[in-house]
Design a protein around this ligand. Structure first.
Ligand SMILES: [Zn+2]
Ligand SMILES: [Zn+2]
Length: 317
């Protein structure tokens, strides 16, 4: 028997690869219909053999993408309409706004691999992202979560990015901040008056300035990080003086888990937590010998350090 059902799904279902997920499920179960972002979440309709529709809805709940969180799903049956295809429709923005927005998510392992691959077209591209990672909350100006409603709207995707964006089998299908060296935002380095210093090699120049003991403001997800070389005692003292921050512990940025282990003891649970998509700052037991300035966490009686996560700033507390 042919059946048509609609589902209204609420929760964190925008900006987390939910529509591509639904699209792929509909194909797996050979269903027609559509899915659309709404100001409240995601609405979908599917049509096909009774049993397939049932399996589809079970899979929606049991296989949803890692960053999605379904808080409710209402289902109802409709009269079959004999659609030929399954499609992702344009978002609707005509109702009350109550969809939940995903937080920003740390870089995923697939993107990290591309970032480090000299043959990849996004080799060392600092704004690399995909459906499973990247900025969300920071770039959203309004919902539904579509590129036109984000700060990325002024960057028109190049042909290669557009192809990924439109390909349901690509992991960047409908990834709203999708970008590359050819079409996306670039890094630049400015002096304290806002004048550009370096547009060609800003990362190298920043490293050079940090090594010299300068204080840098690095604009990233959620705001600015004030950064100094944590092993440079004078630089840390100067940062504290300028911030009028006498003893509150400072966060530490490290390259990876191995680098974090050189300054703190890290057990398995802590390691798993540090590497989770949220990349939290942890308070860890510091090693007796490390190269950091004591001013990173002064007058700390219980010998702990806030910690460090790969590819994102972190802390010593
Ligand atoms: Zn990714
Ligand atoms: Zn591009």
């Amino acid at each position: 028997m042919i059946r048509r059902s609609k589902g209204a799904i609420k929760g964190i279902v925008q900006g987390v690869g939910f529509r591509p997920f639904i699209y792929q499920l509909a194909h797996r179960y050979q269903l027609s219909g559509h899915v659309v972002n709404t100001p409240e979440g995601v609405d979908l309709e599917v049509e096909g053999p009774d049993e397939n529709v049932e399996h589809f809805f079970q899979s929606v709940l049991s296989e949803s993408p890692p960053l999605a969180h379904i808080s409710s799903m209402e289902r109802a049956d409709l009269r079959p309409r004999n659609d030929k295809f399954f499609e992702i429709q344009e978002s609707r923005a005509d109702q009350e706004r109550s969809a939940l927005i995903s937080p920003d998510v740390s870089i995923c392992s697939d993107c990290l691999r591309e970032l480090r691959d000299s043959k990849d077209r996004r080799f060392r591209y600092p704004f690399i992202n995909c459906t499973n990672c990247g900025p969300r909350y920071t770039i959203i100006m309004d919902i539904p979560y579509d590129r036109a409603m984000t700060t990325m709207k002024k960057f028109k995707m190049c042909k290669a990015c557009q192809r990924e964006y439109e390909d349901p089998t690509n992991r960047r299908f409908h990834a709203q901040p999708n970008a590359c060296w050819d079409c996306g935002p670039r890094l630049s380095l400015h002096d304290h008056d806002g004048h550009p210093i370096d547009r060609d090699t800003p990362v190298e120049k920043t490293i050079h300035l940090l090594k010299r003991g300068s204080i840098l403001a690095i604009k990233g997800l959620g705001g600015f990080h004030l950064a100094v070389d944590a092993t440079n005692h004078k630089a840390v003292v100067r940062l504290r003086r300028r911030k009028h921050r006498e003893e509150k512990p400072l966060a530490i940025m490290v390259r990876d888990l191995e680098a974090a282990k050189e300054i703190a003891h890290i057990n398995e649970i802590e390691a798993t937590s540090l590497l989770s998509p949220q990349r939290p700052i942890l308070i860890l037991k510091k090693r007796r010998f490390h190269r950091l300035s004591p001013q990173v966490a002064p007058r700390n009686q219980i010998a702990t350090l806030g910690s460090c996560f790969p590819t994102r700033p972190s802390t010593i507390c």
